[in-house]
Design a protein around this ligand. Structure first.
Ligand SMILES: [Fe+2]
Ligand SMILES: [Fe+2]
Length: 187
């Protein structure tokens, strides 16, 4: 899809980010960068057909999200640690995919659960303060698509209960994501 059509699809054509939202959108841009690189890392495990299929599908959406964030956030306001978010994203995607489809699905489910909450906080803030309805729409569309990713991973993980180590892994991802958001809001 051509860039301008894509930007329009996400209702991001004329969005300007209010000053008090810049740290949050910086963390969104950093997060979408990480997400793109998670799937780039996972795609390296091409011999696993299920991982390959999910990675190709989700990568397309994450690439769109990153394009939208790039469109709405001026270069000067972006995280100075983008190289780190790329390395961490790639490593997370590659290593969890190497551990097999179930671990990969648990990783994606954990990441997307975190991302959904992160977007929801911003959406609620904008609603509550009745500011930047345009930005709110963009975040809502992105958030809906993150929820779809979460549902895909949850469904494909299977119905068996998480083991102690799987829950532990999930909590590491959640804490790690929270640190990354805090850091990218600042730098
Ligand atoms: Fe995304
Ligand atoms: Fe996602």
């Amino acid at each position: 899809m051509e860039t301008f059509k894509l930007i329009a699809k996400y209702k991001a054509t004329n969005v300007s980010v209010p000053k008090n939202m810049i740290p949050s959108i910086r963390s969104d841009h950093a997060g979408e960068t990480g997400a793109v690189w998670i799937y780039l890392g996972a795609k390296c495990v091409f011999w696993n057909k299920k991982i390959k299929k999910m990675s190709i599908e989700h990568y397309e959406t994450e690439k769109n999200h990153l394009l939208v964030m790039k469109h709405i956030l001026p270069k000067a306001n972006r995280s100075k640690l983008l190289i780190l978010w790329r390395i961490l994203g790639f490593s997370l995607g590659f290593l969890s995919a190497l551990s097999g489809y179930r671990t990969f699905c648990i990783t994606i489910q954990s990441v997307e659960t975190f991302v959904e909450k992160h977007y929801q906080e911003q959406i609620k803030f904008l609603y509550k303060n009745s500011i930047s309805f345009d930005l709110l729409k963009v975040l809502e569309i992105c958030c809906e698509e993150e929820v779809e990713h979460k549902i895909d991973a949850k469904r494909d993980k299977g119905s068996s209960k998480n083991t102690f180590f799987e829950n532990f892994w999930s909590s590491i991802i959640s804490s790690g994501s929270s640190v990354a958001v805090k850091a990218s809001k600042l730098i």
